[in-house]
Design a protein around this ligand. Structure first.
Ligand SMILES: [Zn+2]
Length: 191
């Protein structure tokens, strides 16, 4: 890959669109790219996220019926009442297989569309682990900054996101995410 090129993340069905906008094809890396002089704004939909190389990350989950699920919990550290979120999919695919009513935890990667849709929830952000050199997304307390690990929100009955379809009315608030989103993480569902 050459440094004066900005590589795009383009799903195969959208290649006609980027080609029409003037992106170039790099046969060597099988990637679309734009040059340093090109107008980035026109390609915002396909620009890589900071710190994430195009093609480095395959998304395991795709959904056109995804929601931000929000619940109120006590911060484990300062005990403030805080809002925590996760992604809930009414339907979608996991590794190409259709699945319905599943919750995603331990999110490792999100596409640009989802990143923009999640902007209203800045306390849900990426955490980099020094130990395994991997990143995942997690909620943070807006008061003390403490990391709220998904294992304390998803793992057991009584945790707010253990079973969203069966949660008490009003306990989990769903906000529909417009359009198709792609992400990688651990899906859980009722059998
Ligand atoms: Zn706190």
């Amino acid at each position: 890959m050459k440094s004066d090129r900005l590589y795009l993340y383009v799903p195969p069905e959208e290649k006609g669109e980027v080609q029409a906008l003037g992106a170039s094809w790099d046969a060597e890396s099988s990637c679309w790219y734009i040059g340093a002089g090109d107008d980035r704004a026109r390609f915002w939909e396909w620009l890589p996220e900071p710190g994430q190389g195009p093609g480095d990350e395959e998304f395991s989950i795709t959904s056109e019926a995804a929601y931000v699920a929000a619940a109120t919990v006590a911060c484990w550290k300062c005990r403030s009442r805080i809002e925590v979120i996760c992604i809930y999919c009414e339907s979608g695919t996991v590794l190409g297989e259709p699945l319905s009513q599943f919750t995603v935890s331990s999110i490792r990667a999100i596409d640009g569309t989802l990143a923009r849709r999640l902007a209203p929830w800045p306390t849900f952000r990426e955490v980099h682990s020094e130990v395994d050199q991997e990143s995942h997304f997690a909620n943070h307390c807006p008061h003390c900054g403490a990391l709220q690990e998904d294992m304390h929100l998803h793992s057991e009955p009584g945790h707010p996101f253990f079973s969203i379809p069966r949660s008490a009315p009003g306990a989990v608030r769903l906000t529909a995410l417009e359009g198709r989103v792609r992400l990688s993480g651990d899906e859980s569902f009722e059998v």
